[in-house]
Write a new protein. Structure first.
Length: 412
């Protein structure tokens, strides 16, 4: 997949990259730092959850047979012998005709077999030790049995599970303080070029660096850890030092610009050397983001994205983000494609490329609708800023409003 001048199909280029990515080694991380990470092992419970029989509602613990025939017209009167709050460990014995006031989550007395919810009861006159029951109970009413959620020996989470808030809660309920996961990759983002500045006034020939800040935000938003490696001028020695250090401290490197076939750029020269000839300079059959480079420096993957701001972000979505998700051992590295109904005609000509157009998608009456942004040129970052989707337009002669096309949601 060296530069031959021919266009490479998108799926071929994506497979080329993913096939050369291996997940990072798992580590144990604090539970509350593990959200969004992928579980490295099966988790088996060594205890029941809940650990004891408890009530699912405020009310009265009773023996169901003591409420036989109870109704609004014919309430049953029971004697209240105790109160159990959540956290209490008392176990009063219910004799015939008695009840225990109980709060949600409290342990159910062994001698009780059901809970009457508080809304189905009322105090009896001015006697706090008596309660009227207006509904006949059945055994098991409002009772959560020990192990009804998780039982001892049950595999509750499989390796490969992405830890969401509910999974974090499950692990916390089992007493986990740390959990074995694939770590969040450290992704170095570097800009090269003597024409770039960060701040201050712009002199002729200079431009402010927008790619690096936007890519850093894209990295962080994707759930990775961005490391800002700054701007490196067009100096072979400084470039070599910067990329070598980046490969040592990062799990992946992203740079932009200087990747077009035919470009003579010091960055390309340095990367070719550091990758020992392993860098691949590609022309992918897409628009924007046709030029793309990929290789490894001392085993660390490097993604060379195009220099145009929109192209850099599109290339990140199509190549870098999925590959870095594979470093995290994500079961599905790519975003799910959704179908959206076009609200505008899409004019295009056959050119052998898949086009990715900036769009705004909204759900209307359960249908996803896509409206194109006006500016589609690869330098128009302002139009990308107000888009929330990329419309995937296959090669052809255009599509009319009402047609359905795939979209990639950028906020997904």
């Amino acid at each position: 997949m060296t530069s031959t001048g021919s266009l490479i199909p998108l799926d071929v280029a994506q497979s080329f990259v993913l096939d050369r990515i291996e997940p990072l080694s798992p580590i144990a991380l604090p539970l509350l730092n593990s959200s969004g990470l992928v579980l490295a092992v099966d988790i088996e419970s060594h205890e029941d959850i809940p650990p004891f029989k408890n009530t699912a509602s405020d009310g009265y613990a009773v023996r169901a047979k003591d409420t036989t025939g109870a109704s609004k017209m014919n309430p049953v009167l029971l004697k209240v012998i105790a109160t159990i709050a959540a956290g209490d460990s008392i176990d009063p014995t219910l004799e015939p005709g008695t009840a225990v006031r109980i709060m949600t989550g409290a342990p159910v007395p062994l001698s009780a077999d059901s809970i009457v919810m508080v809304e189905d009861t009322a105090p009896y006159d001015d006697q706090p030790s008596m309660v009227q029951v207006f509904k006949q109970a059945s055994p098991g009413d409002s009772i959560r049995e020990a192990g009804s959620d998780i039982s001892t020996g049950q595999v509750v989470l499989l390796a490969g599970t992405v830890l969401n808030p509910a999974a974090i809660g499950v692990l916390a309920s089992l007493g986990y303080k740390k959990v074995p996961v694939y770590p969040r990759p450290k992704v170095g983002v570097i800009s090269t070029g003597s024409e770039l500045i960060d701040t201050g006034g712009i002199s002729k020939g200079m431009i402010r660096d927008s790619n690096r800040p936007s890519l850093i935000e894209a990295v962080n938003k994707s759930g990775f850890e961005a490391i800002d490696l700054g701007i490196v001028p067009d100096d072979a020695g400084q470039l070599e030092e910067a990329f070598t250090k980046a490969a040592r401290k990062c799990d992946a490197i992203i740079t932009s610009g200087g990747v077009s076939v035919g470009d003579f750029d010091l960055t390309k020269e340095v990367l070719a050397k550091l990758s020992e000839g392993g860098m691949r300079w590609m022309q992918v059959a897409i628009k924007p983001a046709k030029p793309f480079a990929f290789g490894k420096i001392a085993g660390t993957p490097l993604f060379g994205l195009p220099g145009n701001p929109v192209s850099a972000l599109v290339s990140f979505e199509l190549f870098a983000r999925p590959a870095i998700r594979k470093l995290m051992n994500y079961p599905s590295p790519y975003k799910t494609l959704l179908n959206a109904t076009l609200q505008d005609d899409v004019a295009r000509r056959k050119d052998g490329k898949v086009h990715f157009l900036r769009a705004v998608c909204n759900s209307v009456n359960g249908e996803l609708q896509a409206t194109l942004k006006l500016g589609q040129k690869s330098h128009m970052l302002s139009q990308m800023a107000s888009a929330n989707a990329l419309l995937v337009v296959p090669d052809g002669n255009g599509f009319q409003a009402g047609a359905k096309l795939p979209v990639i949601l950028l906020d997904q």
